[in-house]
Write a protein that binds this ligand. Sequence first.
Ligand code: 5AD
Length: 334
Amino acid sequence: IEISNICRRNCLYCGIRAGNTKPERYRLSIPELLDTAKLAKNLGYGTVVIQAGEDLGVRAEVIAEAVARIKFELGLAVTLSLGERSDEVYRLWFQAGADRYLLRFETSNRNLFEAIHPPAPGEPAGNRLELLKRLRCIGYEIGSGVMAGIPGQTWDDLARDITMFVEQDLDMIGCGPFLPHPQTPLGRIFETDRTTGLYKPGPLTNEQRRFFEEHGIPVPDPMDQVYVDEYLPFKVIALARLVCPMANIPSTTAIATIDPKQGRLLGLSRGANVVMPNLTPTKYRKMYEIYPNKAASFESPEETHATAVRQITELGRTVGQGPGRSPKFSQRTV
Ligand code: 5AD
């Protein structure tokens, strides 16, 4: 459930960055959020994810109350994905009943991360790897992940990302391909393949080189730059599964976006064990465009749900029941 597309940050890749004046901005009211959670309950879900841009108007106390109601009145496990907040706020939400927190570290290359994810004005650069450790200490089941194929990302970086999944002892790992969004600085500067919409790197043009230098993005050797093709996200999922056998790994929306017919199924066949169907009310979906042509942008929650069930059934699997706790978390001893 995407509850707000308002964001105070200006990430160079993301369509809902503060500097993008195109999308109409929205924030769900609490009754709308609770109704959506009720719908999830009625459709048979045991858990919901509440996600938003970094919107400080999504007030900590208000979220705490909504979390408590979804958890204790509806009996659903609650995952939050609301960006970088203070330890106090994370603790408040955990005490209110939140079970899990999702915060992608996006890339383990610190210079690249800081370049594409500038700090909010007047604040120091956030360290998401540190935040994840703190969330873990508070007691959350923790989820993270990366984008594969960010301009400036090398194969070595991506290999380190995958070892970082183990180091961080992640309970959940969500990854997808970088998809250039034309209303973002990174999306404007990199040509995309017309048919697939994927970013195909080649030697940098002078303009791209200047862009890298201006934004402090490390310039990789063209041979080292991660190349996004239809296989890349599956390679990342498969490797994540091999190194983290007990983690929950979703077949993500970005994967369904690059291959609307098969993407989600292929993800589930190649290491993923979870899907995250979008239940955001239809009228808000198009406004949560973090990348172009996001899957299911024009569907109703019921349609999206039915598709997910059909796809899982087609694979010969059964839809899991219950809160969806990661097997990894259940085995945790420290
Ligand atoms: N392409 C692919 N993934 C993106 N995200 C944000 N913008 C893009 C993009 N242009 C991912 C980030 C973020 C998650 C919510 O969506 O990894 O953490």
